[in-house]
Unconditional design. Structure first.
Lengths: 40, 766
């Protein structure tokens, strides 16, 4: 099974790419985080 | 950014090795047959003719672990397979026992009891038992249901073909789940849902606006007209709409204000009017009485007297200048003063009566205010009786109350006005209520529209963020997925490179592509440098090799709880060159995983021997009555000893080389035997791989490794054991000192001593 760590690793990787791209506003990044972690 | 969840971890799976497979009454095996396996990393080739019962061992593992059978479910004519699962010769007992050595746990048994009443294997009684625990018959006693799906360590020939023949999305799904990529898909789904849900409020608001405008158009109410005008704007003023709906705002030209004013008109009652007029008449009467001619004479007389008194007071006593008879003296002055005082009082009364009269007239006149604005204001829709009241009111206003007949006329005017006003008030109020009744549902509609528009505006603002996020993730999802897939793809390509041998097909990118219903794993290949889709240019054997290349990295991922792979007949469609490649791949995987390969032809065992791969070879034979036996073909220990004998007998070999090589081969034979014994026992006890490996590596000398095999302790005392048979010490000298310094004795005698030592170690270690 992929562990929670693996999954979080992916979330972190995506968030890093998103942040570095500079293409997303703070609100969009927050939303991205929420949909990736299932908070939304 | 909330990162608290990152620290949450779930338990890492423990690793499991196959220790034994015992089958009775199932498929090709009649009486109970047992396949013992070393529960440790390494390669085992289980060879046997078609129909020897070897595949039954593999199917038994699949049924016991997964409670299903890929072959039976996927194969055409599967009903024949389903009907033939019970052995023809022995049907009772029909059972499967799989022993697994679980790291940190020990030997766990997974079993299936398929009694005679069992119609299909899946209806059997399945259970698992960990050391010191009761049998667990629950649906997923070991928590392996999901890992079996994700990392499936079992691969049959049919399944090998199926990997690339199944739906394109299936492999995508499995790889995607393993790589934790389901998160991306789930996030995309959530964003799709969010964007969709955020467009709904605008759609709903538009529908409500249309509906409301239709309803408002049918109403003449100025508020409806105003609302309709507001709603026709591109961005309606929501605040004004809401105030219109709640009544906090009214169009300035509205009839409603006039109707409210009309309903609130105030006129004196007839009684109040009469009282006022009575007061007026009384004052008038009093004034009239006081204002008679005699009274005026008195006033004149008072003036005359006052002058006379002043004259006497100035000139002194004298004769009356008017009559010339009387005397105006002090007594007369006193009397005149008394008369003057009395006359003054009477004059004051007269003034008071006049003031009272004037006041009563003023009050009478002010009883009826000027005609109210509401009586003359313009209305979109007039109310009955308003003009008549306006006229009567004007008429009453025009009467001069101070004129002699004024009060009477005024009373008459008010008496005729009052009922008209009462009637008008009632009519105005009724009309106002009628209009309110018509407006209320419209007002509700307008209020709902205002709320909906507000929500839609908010949703629109959120949608901008959501769409930007959705679009970004969509653009980057595949890139991120393939970034995660790369290690697996690289390993698959590496495996392919080993398997391809003489194939002219080069494997290119292995990528996850598309989304939703179009998701798939694409494999590109080039034939002699020319790009092509892999599946279209590959032969059956190449496709199987490719499937194997995709299967192995997935089945051997670190996160898998299975430390074994069980592959049934992978070489069927492979040409000889690919079999060599397969042997090398298995050897590489066997360094860290237990690899069990079942094969029906000799090519794999032959390749293993020829390439000097350290693999154990077992043979499966079936005799009459489905009696299946497993015999050891050769193992690495035996092969090292055979090689040592071969070197000893080779007359062409240089003697120095021979005396150097033989002790080294003997030492490898002893170490191989000791390692197998030590590791199998320690893994079966549930020791972790890292511990077992470290323990083995720490033991440096041949004696220490024999001590590990016999005593579980590298420093264990072997003196007594070595003293029991002199050959043991001689053999220890061969694999110890001589392996460094060269053999100084008869080579064949030395090898036989080592052979005896291996046999004794194996016997002693049991």
């Amino acid at each position: 099974m992929p562990t929670q760590d693996d999954a979080d690793d992916i979330v972190l990787r995506i968030m890093t790419v998103a942040e570095e791209s500079g293409a997303l506003t703070d609100d969009s990044q927050e939303l991205l985080w929420q949909v990736l972690t299932g908070e939304w | 950014m909330p990162q608290a969840k990152l620290s949450q971890k779930i338990k890492q799976p423990v690793g499991a090795y196959l220790k034994s497979i015992t089958v009775a009454g199932f498929r090709g095996i009649g009486p109970e047959a047992r396949l013992d396996l070393h529960p440790a990393p390494g390669v085992v080739v289980v060879a046997g003719r078609n129909g020897s019962g070897k595949s039954t061992f593999s199917e038994a593992v699949e049924v016991a672990l997964t409670r299903r059978s890929y072959r039976w479910e996927a194969k055409k004519g599967a009903s024949d397979w389903r009907a033939g699962w019970r052995n023809l010769h022995v049907d009772d007992p029909c059972q499967i026992r799989i022993e697994l050595a679980e790291e940190g746990i020990g030997t766990t048994t997974v079993a299936a009891d398929l009694g005679t009443a069992t119609k299909e294997p899946r209806d059997g009684v399945f259970w698992a038992q960990r050391p010191g625990k009761p049998r667990d018959r629950s649906a997923d006693p070991l928590g392996w249901a999901k890992p079996l799906e994700l990392y499936r360590p079992l691969l049959s020939y049919d399944e090998l073909g199926g990997i690339l023949e199944s739906r394109p999305s299936e492999l995508y799904e499995k790889l995607s789940t393993i790589l934790g990529l389901a998160r991306i898909a789930a996030a995309q789904e959530r964003l799709d849902e969010l964007v969709k849900s955020l467009t709904a409020p605008r759609r709903e608001a538009r529908a409500l606006v249309t509906k409301a405008r239709d309803a408002l158009a049918a109403s003449a109410d100025p508020r409806a007209v105003e609302a309709s005008k507001l709603l026709s704007a591109r961005s309606p003023d929501i605040e004004v709409l809401a105030r219109l709906a709640t009544g906090a705002f009214e169009p300035p030209s509205g009839d409603m204000a006039i109707l409210r004013e009309l309903a609130a008109l105030a006129v004196p009652t007839v009684e109040q009017s009469r009282d006022a007029i009575t007061r007026c008449e009384t004052a008038q009467h009093t004034l009239a009485e006081l204002s008679s001619d005699a009274t005026q004479a008195l006033v004149n007389r008072t003036g005359l007297l006052k002058h006379a008194v002043a004259h006497v007071e100035a000139a002194g006593t004298q004769k009356c200048p008017l009559c010339g008879v009387g005397t105006l003296d002090a007594a007369w002055v006193a009397s005149a003063r008394r008369e003057i005082s009395e006359l003054d009082q009477r004059a004051e009364s007269l003034r008071n009566a006049r003031r009272a009269y004037e006041e009563s007239i003023r009050r009478l006149a002010s009883m009826l205010p000027p005609s109210p604005r509401a009586l003359g204001a313009e209305m979109d829709e007039d109310v009955e009786g308003r003009a008549k009241v306006a006229e009567a009111w004007q008429a009453a206003n025009s009467i001069d109350a101070a004129s002699p007949e004024g009060p009477r006329f005024l009373l008459a005017a008010i008496e005729s006005l009052v009922p008209l006003v009462v009637e008008l008030k009632t009519a105005a109020d009724a009309e106002r209520l009628r209009r309110e009744d018509l407006w209320t549902p419209l007002a509700r509609q307008v209020a709902a529209v205002a709320t909906a528009l507000e929500k839609a505006d908010e949703a629109d603002r959120q949608a901008v963020t959501a769409r930007a996020t959705q679009s970004w993730l969509k653009d980057h999802a595949n890139e991120l997925r393939n970034e995660r897939l790369r290690p697996i793809a690289d390993e698959a390509r590496e495996i392919w490179a080993a398997l391809r041998q003489e194939s002219n097909v080069d494997l290119g990118e292995i990528e996850l592509e598309g989304a939703k219903t179009r998701r798939r794993v694409t494999v590109t290949a080039s034939v002699d440098g020319k790009e092509a889709g892999a599946l279209t240019v590959m032969s059956q054997g190449e496709l199987h090799a490719l499937a194997l290349a995709l299967f192995l990295p997935r089945a051997t991922m670190d996160a898998s709880p299975f430390r074994f792979v069980l592959i049934d007949d992978p070489v069927q469609a492979m040409d000889p060159a690919k079999v060599d490649g397969l042997a090398r791949v298995l050897d590489r995987i066997g360094q860290t995983r237990q690899v069990v390969v079942l094969t029906h032809d000799d090519r794999l065992p032959e390749a293993v021997r020829r390439l000097g791969i350290k693999a154990r070879i077992l043979y499966v034979n079936r005799s009459e009555g489905s009696r299946v036996e497993v015999t050891s073909g050769s193992d690495p220990t035996q092969r090292y000893l055979e090689d040592a004998f071969a070197v000893a007998q080779d007359r062409r070999a240089d003697d120095v080389v021979r005396r150097r090589a033989i002790p080294v081969l003997c030492r490898m034979a002893v170490e191989s035997a000791c390692k197998d014994l030590f590791m199998a026992r320690w893994y079966a006890r549930g020791e972790r791989r890292a511990v077992v490996e470290a323990k083995w590596q720490d033991a440096q000398t041949a004696q220490q490794r024999i001590a590990l095999a016999l005593r579980d302790d590298a420093d264990g005392d072997l003196d007594r054991w070595l003293a029991e048979r002199p050959a043991r010490r001689r053999a220890l000298a061969v694999v110890g000192r001589a392996s460094h310094e060269g053999l100084q004795r008869d080579p064949r005698g030395a090898i036989r001593d080592v052979e005896d030592l291996v046999r004794d170690v194996r016997a002693g270690a049991r």
